[in-house]
Design a protein around this ligand. Structure first.
Ligand code: AMP
Length: 285
């Protein structure tokens, strides 16, 4: 397994792999791996000849009062975990490579970023779209693998790839969960023991919503009401949003007729957690 820090070297390696007819697969990450990240890598491993991952805590997707400085980082731990699932290359650029002096170009994906996390984290998706566009230009993957855990991010990246005619396929993988249902996240280490218990209200409320849907409930307001009630009955929780949106437009729906996603962001103590459920899909909790 190679670690590459230089943008030019990454590009040269990918160019040569492509010229040899190799399929390059790619998993972009911010590091501090958990099983969810490893599942994406296993998928990438299966689908290609050369599996590249990136580890980069991207400053442009963090707001001024967010956890950029505090975000967990541990390259040694990540390196061992990546090697265990057969990663070929870790692209690990310093910020000087990604945003050199005079940097001034950003990618804005419009409508689908105007709701949910786009409202509570202004500028977040501009940062995400920009870094992904740059990484795609450097790694030149045939296939990039993302998690559905960050559902709006996945929709945004798919939109950007289609709108800008980028020459790669974007694949979304199901959310990997702890045994008790909590969606895996690098941020879960911020939770105290008490908060970890309250954090279960997110996945449990998804299950509750799934049950209501399966009993025939199609009124978005009623489902949201029950979900909010469940989450609010737990200490340490502050709801940022609970919404049901169309999976293509990411606009709120009143009635669940087309494909809809229940998306939530909840602060548990000081930690902001997100989770979601696409109605009609399996939910293994
Ligand atoms: P991050 O390092 O948190 O930015 O995430 C890197 C990639 O891993 C993104 O595509 C995320 O959607 C994905 N991911 C994060 N958590 C999970 C999870 N629990 N299950 C599956 N994929 C995940």
């Amino acid at each position: 397994m190679k670690i590459i820090e230089s943008a030019k070297k990454m590009q040269a390696l990918s160019e040569s792999l492509r010229n040899q007819g190799k399929i390059v697969t790619f998993v972009p990450t911010m590091g501090y791996f958990h099983e969810g990240h490893l599942d994406l890598m296993r998928e990438g491993r299966k689908r290609g000849d050369c599996l590249v991952i990136s580890i980069y805590v991207n400053p442009t997707q963090f707001g001024p009062n967010e956890d950029f400085e505090k975000y967990p980082r541990d390259l040694e731990r990540d390196r061992t975990m990546a090697e265990s699932v057969g990663v070929d290359v870790i692209f690990y650029p310093p910020t000087a490579e990604m945003y050199p002096p005079y940097y001034q170009t950003y990618v804005t994906v419009e409508n689908v970023t105007n709701n949910l996390c786009g409202l509570s984290r202004p500028g977040h998706f501009r940062g995400v779209a920009t870094i992904c566009a740059k990484l795609f230009n450097l790694v030149k993957p045939h296939i990039a693998v993302f998690g559905k855990k960050d559902f709006q991010q996945l929709v945004t990246i798919k939109r950007m790839v289609q709108d800008l005619n980028m020459d790669l396929e974007v694949i979304g993988m199901p959310t990997t969960r702890e045994q008790d249902g909590l969606a895996m996240s690098s941020r879960n280490i911020y939770l105290t023991l008490d908060e970890r218990v309250s954090a279960l209200s997110l996945s449990r409320s998804l299950k509750l919503a799934k049950g209501l849907y399966e009993q025939g409930e199609r009124d978005a307001g009623k489902i949201i009401g029950e979900v909010r009630k469940h989450i609010e009955s737990h200490p340490h929780t502050t709801i940022d949003y609970v919404q049901i949106c169309d999976t293509t437009t990411m606009k709120d729906v009143v009635l669940l007729d087309g494909e809809s996603v229940l998306a939530m962001a909840v602060r548990v103590g000081k930690t902001r957690l997100i989770d979601n459920y696409v109605f009609g899909e399996p939910l293994e909790i």
